[in-house]
Design a protein around this ligand. Structure first.
Ligand code: NAP
Ligand code: MG
Length: 479
């Protein structure tokens, strides 16, 4: 007997979207000059028009942030700052449904993920950092820590609200004020967050949000009134930013790309590992910097494992992100879809074997089926470059040392996974792997208390935990 799922769409009526938005500067929404549309990538429907920040908008935001820093925020006790962060966290929880629906509409990610992961974790980041605000002297970072001043923060589109929380919460807890630019395709939850700041009565200018594209981001990076840059995005743009700030006094943290190995040893609990591989690459359509995009699989279990993986992939439900039963939502933009197509075509041409379950894709919007490539060698582009989509490259190994060598053979070093029942093997492998985060018998687990960040081309510095606090305090280098 087969059971069919009834459709279970979340209600769109939980959100009200304005036809047009401006920037949030000095505690107020101010009109923009030029605008661009933001769409729902699952339907291509235009949701709203977003302002493209110009030089004068960035100037105004930096000025407001400086004024708030000098006049209010740097004078306030940690305990007082903490109160605002607690308030923000609680309002985010109260408005969780609104945030989740808006994130799913603007980004294309399944509502189950925005509701159960993005929004609760974003609130958790504010709660966690609220707790630090009056305890900074006990963080092991010295007893007279000082904030940088005004932080310029630039974030990507894959976890719009969560990346905002990773940036804004530690900056505010440590006494900085901020100018934040969300990604071009996903500004709506940042603008809703601006309303939360108003509702929390956060002093004007402590948080400023200037929307726009890469040129707005560059204006923030190069602005002389900014003391610290925090960037999450591609390695390519990260390098441009590193060059731009190299000759300045700005402090910088970079959270960049990844090409994580998820290693399955032959003693791993196979069914759990299959589930972990699925979660590692198909969570958030694979638009995850720490996605387990390379499965490094022990050869003697490869046939059995891949068979089980394919059976499991057949059960992935692709489609309407607003349906609570959906596992894989829409690709965030046409541009990203083209990038995924280009790299998968390179995989075919270089001789790897592509497999996807049969699944009907909606006719409108941007979609890519869950896909695996077997027969991948280390030289293939799909083994080296970040695809940032629901595409898994499978490599095999015979000895544990070969697994480590293959896993580390990448310019990136953000995360890795180990699947084994042997504790000693997990300890041994995790000491050999050059990656900032290593999960054992699990994957994609995040917590505000845990530092996150990369080695090599995956970035500089850490976010989260005590390590993340240091990025917003004077006197700590990025490594
Ligand atoms: P991206 O193109 O680098 O964009 C990131 C942000 O930078 C966006 O807001 C973007 O504006 C802005 N930007 C573009 N050019 C700029 C410039 N010259 N100067 C300043 N800002 C500029 O990356 P993406 O495609 O949005 O995001 C995907 C990448 O982010 C992946 O490589 C992924 O691995 C990485 N990522 C890393 C982490 C981590 O924690 N390590 C987390 C999430 C994502 P637009 O709005 O115009 O794009
Ligand atoms: Mg959008």
């Amino acid at each position: 007997m087969t059971f069919e799922y009834a459709p279970a769409p979340e209600s769109r009526s939980s959100v009200s979207i304005s036809p047009k938005y401006g920037h949030f500067i000095g505690g107020k929404f101010v009109a923009g000059t030029k605008h661009f549309p933001t769409i729902n990538p699952a339907t291509e429907e235009v949701l709203s028009k977003i302002a493209c920040g110009t030089k004068s908008d960035v100037d105004a935001a930096v000025k407001a942030a400086r004024k708030a820093y000098v006049g209010t925020w740097s004078k306030m006790s940690g305990k007082e700052r903490g109160k605002y962060l607690f308030r923000i966290a609680r309002i985010m929880q109260e408005r969780a449904r609104e945030f989740a629906v808006l994130e799913t509409l603007d980004n294309g990610k399944p509502i189950r993920e925005s509701r159960d992961v993005d929004v609760p974790l974003a609130a958790a980041h504010f709660f966690y950092h609220a707790g630090w605000a009056d305890k900074l002297e006990y963080a092991g970072l010295g007893t007279s820590t000082k904030p940088h001043g005004v932080a310029g923060q630039i974030i990507p589109w894959n976890f719009p609200l969560l990346m905002l929380a990773w940036k804004v919460a530690p900056a505010l807890a440590t006494g900085n004020t901020v100018v934040l630019k969300p990604a071009e395709t996903t500004s709506l939850t940042a603008l809703l967050f601006a309303q939360v700041c108003q509702e929390a009565e956060l002093p004007a200018g402590v948080v400023n949000i200037v929307t726009g594209d890469g040129s707005t981001g560059a204006l923030i990076v190069n602005h002389p009134g900014i003391d610290k840059i925090a960037f999450t995005g591609s390695t390519e743009v990260g390098k441009i930013i590193a060059r731009a700030v190299a000759s300045t006094k700005k402090s910088v943290t970079l959270e960049l790309g990844g090409k994580a190995a998820n290693i399955v040893f032959d003693d791993a609990p196979i069914d759990e590992a299959v589930e972990g591989i699925i979660n590692g690459i198909f969570f958030n359509q694979g638009h995850v910097c720490c996605a387990g995009s390379r499965l490094v699989l022990q050869e003697n279990i490869a046939d059995e494992f891949l068979e089980k993986l394919k059976i499991r992939m057949n059960k992935i439900r692709v489609g309407d992100p607003m349906d609570k039963n959906t596992d894989l939502g829409a690709i965030n933009s046409q541009e990203q879809l083209l990038k995924i197509r280009e790299l998968t075509i390179a995989g075919d041409k270089e001789g790897a074997q592509r497999w996807s379950p049969e699944c009907a894709l909606p006719s409108k919007g941007f979609w890519f089926p869950p896909t695996i490539f077997t027969g991948v060698t280390q030289g293939h582009r799909i083994a080296r470059e970040e695809i940032f989509g629901p595409v898994l490259s499978v490599l095999t190994f015979r000895t544990p040392q070969e697994a480590i060598d293959k896993a580390n053979n990448t310019p990136f070093g953000l995360s890795a996974g180990i699947w084994s029942e042997k504790g000693s093997r997990i300890f041994w492998a995790s000491q050999q792997l050059r990656a900032g985060v290593i999960w054992a018998n699990t994957f994609n687990k995040f917590d505000p208390t845990s530092p996150f960040g990369g080695y090599k081309e995956s970035g500089w510095g850490r976010e989260g935990g005590r390590h993340g606090l240091s990025a917003y305090l004077k006197g700590f280098s990025h490594e």
